[in-house]
Design a protein around this ligand. Structure first.
Ligand SMILES: CCCCCCCCCCCC(=O)SCCNC(=O)CCNC(=O)[C@H](O)C(C)(C)COP(=O)(O)OP(=O)(O)OC[C@H]1O[C@@H](n2cnc3c(N)ncnc32)[C@H](O)[C@@H]1OP(=O)(O)O
Length: 167
C-alpha cells in the first residue's frame, strides 16, 4: 500500500505542525486510510478527543479518497459527521475514506468514511460532497506537497494520478 504525499504545515498531515496529528495517509484497494493514536493535546473534555479533530481527520481522509478518484485535489463543500461514541485518549484507531463509485458528474464527488478501533468499534462516520479544484488552483498545493518518505522531494500530479491524469 502506497504512502500518499504530505504537506508540512497541514494540521492533519504536516510533519512540521506541532499542534497537529502528524498523519501519513495510505492508498488502499478501497480508498484511503491512516492510523491515529488519540493524543491528549487533542482533548476537548478531559480524556475525550475533540469533535473538531475527529471531523478534520475524516475530512482529509475522505478528501484524499475523492481526490484520487477525481484526478484533481478537491475542496470540501459539505461534510456531515455522526459522532457515535466518544473517542478516549490513548485509543489507537484507523480512519478510512472512500469515494462513492456512483458518480453522476465530474463537478461534484461524494465520499464517506469512518473511524474504528482494532475491535471494530466505530466512533464516527462521515459523508460529504467535494469539488475538484481547477488545474490553476491546485498548482500551489503541489508547491507544498512532499513525498512521505522523502520530505525534500517535490510531488507532481503524475506522481499521484499517473501520466494520464485529467488535464
Ligand atoms: C494539502 C495536502 C493534502 C491534500 C489532501 C486532499 C484532501 C484535502 C481535504 C481537506 C479539504 C478541505 O478542508 S478544503 C477547505 C474547506 N473548503 C473550502 O475551502 C471550500 C470553500 N467553498 C468553495 O470554494 C465553493 O463554495 C465550492 C467550490 C465548494 C462551490 O462553489 P462553486 O463552484 O461556485 O459552486 P456553485 O456554482 O455555487 O454551485 C455548483 C453546484 O454545486 C452545488 N453546491 C455548491 N456548493 C455546495 C456545497 N457546499 N455543498 C453541496 N452542494 C454545493 C450548487 O448547489 C450547484 O448545484 P447545481 O445548481 O448545479 O445543481
Amino acid at each position: 500500500m502506497e504512502k500518499l504525499p504530505r504537506y508540512s504545515e497541514c494540521f492533519i498531515c504536516g510533519r512540521d505542525n506541532p499542534a497537529g496529528t502528524d498523519i501519513t495517509f495510505i492508498r488502499t484497494e478501497e480508498g484511503v486510510a491512516c492510523e491515529y493514536l488519540a493524543a491528549p493535546k487533542h482533548n476537548g473534555y478531559r480524556g475525550i478527543i475533540h469533535g473538531g479533530i475527529i471531523s478534520a481527520l475524516l475530512d482529509e481522509c475522505v478528501g484524499w479518497a475523492v481526490s484520487l478518484r477525481a484526478g484533481r485535489m478537491c475542496v470540501t463543500g459539505e461534510l456531515t459527521i455522526r459522532f457515535r461514541k466518544s473517542l478516549p485518549v490513548s485509543t489507537k484507531v484507523t480512519v478510512k475514506g472512500f469515494c462513492d463509485p456512483e458518480q453522476k458528474t465530474r463537478r461534484l464527488f461524494r465520499g464517506y468514511g469512518h473511524i474504528e478501533d482494532e475491535a471494530g468499534t466505530v466512533y464516527a462516520k462521515a459523508e460529504g460532497r467535494f469539488f475538484p479544484m481547477s488545474e490553476e488552483a491546485q498548482k500551489p498545493v503541489f508547491e507544498c506537497l512532499k513525498m512521505a518518505d522523502a520530505p525534500e522531494k517535490a510531488v507532481t500530479p503524475a506522481d499521484i494520478w499517473g501520466e494520464d491524469c485529467r488535464k
